[in-house]
Design a protein around this ligand. Structure first.
Ligand code: GLN
Length: 536
């Protein structure tokens, strides 16, 4: 099967939501019965975003196969309910790394290695890789950045070459653009769109469809004008209004017939009307909540909520199934101290302590956990959040005042969180953590078992430190149980406190696996516990 390719580019400005448009189109095509996947090409020189500070680029999303990737892959999975992989995210760094490695091996036989054809060939190879699996009928490739950026040029050139190589009905380009609104004259302006299409044309690429982000509806005349100036038919000018939630976008694109336009250009049949029943049911519950809970997300990157993207989305999925609106309150862990924690967290129905790295803000996290544990407030700790729950318990329940993680205090006598042995010899930072999916066996009768209704699950990881099994006995006899363990390495994956309404810490990242159609069981139970707590 030769797959069809859809390229998505962006113009005028960044942050227009190419990822959401790509995911929404994929959702519609999938709902019509096509097998679809989405790929993101990122023009930065880092090999992957794993080494990027979340302030730079938001959350780092981890796939089943342990790739550290762009957060848009999270949207793809949440919309399509299908896992992605390393092949779904390619960066300029990875492309150059491959080409340079080849050059060192002598693969270019004395030739000068150049952007064209060697870099563009490698980009094209990466684009086609997913197609070679034979799994997909349609592959959507999102080109990161904005048309006109120096970094994007080799990607646009690769798209130009692919369009030239492929049959007309086998590939198309969707250009996402902005129609700014001038409030003084009360009109939408099309000029920036015309200019960004011109920029694309300068690179030899004619977009087939324009998706126009706009705050106001576009008139028929305006569609005609954009079509005329940008060389597309007016059915191919798609309006993308601002909507209350990203999960409305597939339905908005359906109304605009984006999927039908795409299918007719690719000479594919429209098959059935898209089956979006469960999607719509999710949205109806999301928009008509019966309860409301306030959940504090305690972390050190709270100025940039994108740093916790998957967690926030997991709350939307879990909220919908519980028919509850989850109001997330971001709380900076650095601002929490022993004498203000009860006042700062007083309004909350649930406390989530977020993942993270390094020393900054950890004492604040520990104060929050103590408060949640003592007051019986539902608590959920993820990765560093779980590790801090272990430290809090060791210090305040077992009584080891110096208990710590060797990440923050390498000299402590009670290293209740310690570096995993096979991590100790690693010096390189990129892609070297314990990454991706591992099995976790769950103790029957535990809270986790109650949530999952299963004894064996797979969850994704991203960490170097772990619970120190040397102390298991003391923890268990003081009331903190290890209820999830990796069967091969015996690494502790879940801890919980029995005599508490909901106190769970997980070494893995459940948020990566929560989707619209499959909300994550631990988030579902946590929100449920918060609803119960709010009604106390
Ligand atoms: N810094 C901790 C570790 O490396 C936790 C990582 C995380 O929260 N993702 O083990």
């Amino acid at each position: 099967m030769t797959p069809k390719y859809i390229f998505v580019t962006g113009g005028v400005t960044s942050s227009l939501g190419k990822g959401i448009i790509a995911a929404s189109l994929a959702k519609l095509l999938q709902a019509r019965g096509y097998s679809v996947t989405i790929q993101k090409l990122d023009p930065y020189i880092n090999v992957d975003p794993g080494t990027l500070n979340p302030y730079e680029h938001g959350e780092c999303f981890v796939t089943e196969d342990g790739a550290e990737t762009d957060l848009d892959l999270g949207h793809y999975e949440r919309f399509l309910n299908r896992p992605t992989s390393q092949a779904n995210n390619v960066t300029t760094g990875r492309i150059y790394q491959h080409v340079i490695n080849q050059e060192r091996e002598g693969a270019y036989l004395g030739k000068t290695v150049q952007v064209i054809p060697h870099i563009t060939d490698e980009i094209k190879r990466s684009i086609k890789l997913l197609g070679e699996t034979g799994e997909y009928e349609i592959i959507i490739t999102e080109i990161g950045g904005t048309v006109g950026d120096i970094e994007s040029l080799p990607y646009i050139e690769s798209v130009r070459q692919l369009l030239w190589e492929m049959k007309e009905e086998d590939a198309l380009v969707i250009h996402l653009t902005l129609l700014p609104y001038l409030s003084s004259t009360k009109e939408l302006k099309t000029k920036p769109t015309q200019h960004s299409v011109k920029l694309l044309l300068e690179s030899g690429v004619q977009p087939d469809i324009l998706v126009c982000r706009t705050e106001h509806s576009i008139t028929k005349e305006m569609r005609k004008k954009i079509a005329l100036f940008c060389n597309v038919d007016s059915n191919s000018v798609i309006e993308a209004l601002d909507v209350p939630t990203i999960y409305d976008v597939p339905l908005m694109m359906l109304k605009e017939k984006l999927d039908k336009t795409v299918l007719s250009k690719l000479k594919l049949s429209a098959k059935n009307e898209p089956d979006l029943e469960s999607w719509k049911a999710f949205l109806t519950r999301h928009k008509n909540p019966k309860n409301e809970v306030r959940i504090g997300v305690i972390g050190k990157y709270v100025e940039l909520p994108d740093a916790y993207k998957s967690i926030i989305e997991a709350f939307i999925h879990a909220g919908s199934i519980n028919e509850a609106r989850v109001r997330v309150q971001y709380i900076h862990s650095e601002l929490l101290a022993e004498d203000n924690v009860s006042q700062k967290l007083a309004e909350l129905d649930g406390i989530l302590v977020a993942p993270g790295f390094g020393e900054r803000g950890i004492e604040g996290k520990i104060h929050a956990i103590k408060y949640a544990r003592e007051e019986g407030i539902p608590f959920f700790g993820i990765c560093l959040g779980m590790q801090m729950a272990v430290i809090e318990f060791a210090r305040n329940v077992i009584g080891w005042k110096d208990a710590h993680s060797t990440e923050m205090n390498p000299k402590t006598k009670h290293a209740v969180i310690d570096m995993m042995p096979d991590q100790k010899k690693i010096t390189k930072k990129g892609g070297t953590m314990r990454l991706g999916s591992y099995v976790c066996e769950i103790t029957k009768g535990s809270k986790a078992h109650h949530a999952y209704e299963k004894s064996k699950v797979n969850e994704r990881h991203r960490h170097r430190f772990e619970f120190n099994n040397q102390f298991t006995k003391e923890f268990e006899s003081a009331g903190m149980q290890i209820t999830g363990v990796n069967p091969e390495t015996k690494l502790a994956e879940i801890v919980e406190i029995k005599n508490h309404p909901y106190f769970i810490g997980v070494q893995f990242h459940p948020e990566y696996k929560s989707t619209v159609l499959n909300p994550h069981p631990l988030f579902v139970r946590f929100v449920k516990a918060a609803v119960t707590y709010s009604q106390r």
